[in-house]
Design a binder for this molecule. Structure first.
Ligand SMILES: *Cc1c(COP(=O)(O)O)cnc(C)c1O
Length: 412
């Protein structure tokens, strides 16, 4: 194990030139060029090391190069990687069985990206509405939340409330109703005979790691059950260990009708997403009605299966829970000292920086200079979501670096 001193990067090696001249400008990355990674740490092209406190938006929940996941991928690379769903492959059903069992459901619809899982759930919910619930053809509506983030496709941005995500991308897909997040009464009031589903994040990630009131998800579950409306939980970022439980819904004892999974399901190796539910809902899809060339490919299934096996022991969840308490108590101590609020659960924290001191982006750049990679959202919030394999010392060190930086900013 390296000492803290060795891990601390050298100062003054900031890379400034934008290395991405041939890339569309849809991102504004921090000026660091990562070349390799191991566990919670990455190394840039000059050899500087950084603690990765973003974990690719939770796609790298189990750390860079997790041995069991890399082994599963390598083994499968040598066997077969793609068959298409025109044929069976010997990896997919065992993966689906394990994932369904982890979720307490009986059916899995495999896709690739998170947005595809969301799109798939929208289609499944509509088909369920027409074929099972009896909603008049063409009238199905889905209730979504103010501040939602579900991906970037044209239908998904149609119900985004973030102007930046929507502007100039219309015309938009109809059939969505937006209600305030965390308000069960407003949700119930929006339900009518055309409502087929409620789609929500159990904790809103991109919105700033917003945790709803404790009684909210149970109320949504009760209302949706009573009104014969599907509850769809987008656990693409909140799920698979991040919050100290397998799913963030577990924290409220709530079981949705459909789980949407992605990001960490691919172990940071390949894109793997899925809709997980019971056959009375997912079973509405018939051959030819939906599909994906890469969805359910043997490489994805082998990696996804290894991810499920990691989660099946509960160790990752317990670790996220314990380390999360450490992270949150460290960050909470900064409230009033350059931090105005800390939100989150498990190893996931949204930290609001006092706007009088600096923007979120500025703090991210200063922390990068100190060897910590984090990402800002909505101006003043920075989020901490390190891989769950991060060490206690790393967490304490990261919090100490933020504390020192905020003290320096206060004297500016
Ligand atoms: C990242 C994310 C998505 C979209 O996933 P992609 O793989 O980027 O398409 C959807 N929902 C939530 C909550 C996410 O965090």
């Amino acid at each position: 194990m390296t000492s803290l001193n060795q891990r601390r990067p050298l100062k003054g090696q900031l890379q400034t030139a934008d290395p991405d001249v041939h890339l569309a400008h849809n991102y504004h990355p921090l000026p660091v060029v990562v070349a390799s990674g191991e566990g919670a740490w990455v190394t840039d092209v000059t050899g500087r090391r950084y603690l990765d406190c973003l974990a690719a938006y939770s796609a790298v929940n189990f750390g860079h190069g997790h041995p069991a996941l890399i082994a599963a991928a390598k083994e499968q690379l040598d066997r077969i990687t793609l068959t298409s769903r025109a044929f069976h492959n010997d990896r997919l059903e065992p993966f689906a069985e394990a994932l369904a069992q982890l979720a307490g459901k009986d059916m899995v619809l495999p896709m690739n990206t998170g947005a595809e899982a969301v799109e798939s759930a929208v289609k499944v919910a509509r088909a369920w509405g027409y074929r099972v619930k009896g909603v008049p053809q063409g009238q199905a509506t889905i209730i979504v939340m103010d501040g939602n983030f579900h991906g970037r496709t044209t239908t998904i941005v149609s119900f985004s409330t973030d102007e930046q995500a929507r502007a100039d991308f219309g015309p938009f897909t109809p059939g969505f109703v937006v209600v305030p997040y965390g308000d069960a009464e407003a949700l119930e009031a929006a339900i009518d005979k055309t409502t087929v589903a409620v789609l929500l994040e159990p904790i809103q990630g991109e919105a700033g790691i917003l945790v709803p009131p404790a009684d909210y998800l149970p109320a949504v579950r009760e209302i949706t059950r009573r009104r014969n409306v599907l509850m769809i939980a987008d656990e693409i970022q909140s799920g698979l260990g991040r919050t100290g439980t397998t799913f963030a819904c577990d924290r409220s004892g709530v079981v949705p009708d459909l789980y949407l999974l992605g990001k960490a399901l691919g172990g940071g190796i390949v894109p793997v997403s899925a809709v997980v539910g019971n056959s009375d809902i997912l079973g509405v899809l018939q051959p030819g009605e939906h599909g994906s060339t890469f969805g359910g490919n043997p490489l994805a299934a082998a990696v996804g299966h290894a991810v499920v096996e990691l989660l099946a022991t509960g160790e990752m969840q317990q670790r996220a829970n314990e380390l999360g308490e450490r992270l949150h108590s460290g960050l909470n101590a900064l409230i009033g000292h350059g931090v105005t609020a800390v939100r989150g659960a498990g190893l996931w924290a949204g930290v609001d920086i006092d706007p009088a001191l600096a923007t979120g982006r500025e703090v991210c750049e200063l922390l990068m200079d100190r060897g910590i990679l984090v990402k800002d959202t909505h101006g003043s919030t920075i989020r901490f979501a390190p891989p769950i394999v991060v060490s206690e010392e790393d967490i304490d060190w990261a919090v100490a670096q933020l504390k020192e930086e905020l003290e320096l900013l206060a004297t500016r």
